[in-house]
Design a protein around this ligand. Structure first.
Ligand SMILES: Cc1ncc(COP(=O)(O)O)c(C=O)c1O
Length: 435
């Protein structure tokens, strides 16, 4: 197997750095563990092609959105058709009505919906709805969970060690960018995820001030980490007992775990659900869904909210995902990939853990069991080995995310893609032990 030559990518990145902050348009487009990112030219299905002419099997999926893969005909046709009829009307359309109706049918918590363009905005909107609905201001947010990059949102998401996080009942407020107004986070209460006891204590003490408990129902950003048996149900009950709303941030899990998101997959319905990324297959669109009596308290604004292009794209995506057998096919590929990763670990004497839930797959080194929470990941997962794996996969044509082992499948992945990926894994695993 030949290592890829990526000289043109390197030169492109150097050129970009002259004109563009960090040389990329979003922080993780260059992985912290790589010298330069691969410059891309095009994608088709599950494959991508770089500026040096190399082909990659892609599992980054644009950080989640491209659930139908790259340049899918059904999505392109819908977008091209809409382009011919206009891109921005600032008025209701029949397609907008059809999409909204469809979303209320497939998402359990959706009595009614409302749109924005990014997950960050949708979170801002959902938090405001919760505050309007309860007349209370505080939001419980979990350590390690990312909900967007606004001042109030980007807190205690990156840490190098458990020590930095402080005690479970007195979590440190960690800010990640210069210029963040710390006062905006006065109404955020930090809690450890997957710890119902600590959460119950927090809610019982401050229930008169807490508007909502906000969570990724499958903690993807620093994991992925599954809720313990009964955890989601326990949080649901805690909210009901204390006049606190439950918000699921399904920006990652939406359309990936199932058509109705994590709330359908796990059978626990929040008061408000937040969706983005995969909803329109890579065209910007986000959405919040919930009870009419809450949602109608806040009237959303936004020039680009539900642009006709995004709406046409979302209808095409949902039309594909709801075809019978879609998730079963993805699930079978995920099982094969996860098993192969564990097998490679065994063959090479490297401790590995892998799991998958439909279109979200997880690879970890240093542990051979599911991680329990973010602290467990920080203490026990071998992130240095993952970084090495990331770079080796990249060198031989497999794109995985640099984000703690979370990768994405799409409807475009085939058995052949998975087999080729496994060949690359078998090739690079022995190199993980080399210095
Ligand atoms: C769970 C979650 N919520 C919100 C966001 C923010 O979404 P966006 O990047 O579209 O603003 C992200 C982005 O990665 C996310 O993973």
């Amino acid at each position: 197997m030949e290592k890829y030559n990526t000289e043109k990518s390197k030169a492109l990145y150097e050129e970009c750095c002259k004109y563009l902050v960090d040389g990329v348009s979003s922080s993780f487009h260059v992985a912290p563990c790589e010298e330069f990112p691969i410059g891309m030219v095009s994608g088709k299905g599950a494959r991508m092609y770089d500026v040096d002419g190399n082909e990659y099997i892609d599992y980054i999926a644009g950080f989640g959105p491209t659930i139908l893969g790259y340049a899918p005909k059904v999505l392109n046709d819908a977008v091209i058709d809409q382009l011919g009829r206009g891109v921005q009307f600032s008025a209701p359309t029949e397609l907008l009505c059809a999409l909204s109706k469809k979303l209320t049918e497939i998402i359990p918590c959706a009595e009614i919906v409302s749109y924005q363009s990014s997950g960050t905005e949708a979170n801002m909107h959902a938090w405001r709805v919760a505050r309007a609905a309860t007349g209370k201001m505080k939001i419980v947010k979990f350590e390690g969970q990312y909900h967007g990059w606004a001042d109030e949102q980007k807190i205690t998401i990156g840490a190098d060690s458990t020590e930095q996080l402080g005690a479970r009942d007195n979590i440190s407020r960690l800010f990640t960018t210069a210029g963040q107004r710390q006062s905006t986070t006065d109404d955020i209460i930090l809690a450890p995820w997957n710890d119902l006891e600590t959460l119950t204590k927090i809610v019982e003490e401050q229930k008169d001030e807490i508007a909502a408990i906000l969570m990724e129902p499958y903690m993807c950003d620093e994991g992925p980490i599954l809720g313990k048996e009964g955890y989601l149900e326990g949080v649901r009950k805690l909210c009901d007992d204390n006049n606190v709303l439950l918000i699921f941030d399904e920006v990652i899990t939406g359309f990936r775990l199932s058509l109705g998101g994590a709330q359908e997959y796990f059978g626990v319905t929040p008061d408000i659900g937040i969706f983005g990324k995969a909803i329109a297959g890579g065209i910007p669109l986000s959405m919040i869904a919930g009870k009419k009596k809450y949602m109608e308290l806040v009237h959303p604004s936004g020039t680009f909210n539900a642009s006709p292009i995004s709406v046409a794209a979302a209808l095409a995506v949902i039309g594909e995902l709801e075809k019978p057998g879609t998730y079963e096919k993805i699930d079978a590929l995920g099982t094969k990939l996860a098993n192969a990763f564990i097998e490679c670990g065994k063959k090479n004497g490297i401790k590995t853990y892998a799991n998958h839930h439909n279109a979200i797959v997880q690879f970890q080194f240093g542990i051979d069991r599911a991680p329990e929470d973010w602290r467990d990941v920080l203490d026990n997962v071998d992130s240095d080995m993952y970084d090495k794996f990331y770079n080796l996969c990249r060198d031989y044509g497999v794109r995985i995310t640099s984000m703690r082992g979370r990768i994405y499948l799409s409807t475009a992945h085939t058995e052949e893609d998975i087999d080729r990926t496994i060949e690359v894994f078998e090739h690079v695993f022995p190199m993980l032990k080399e210095d």
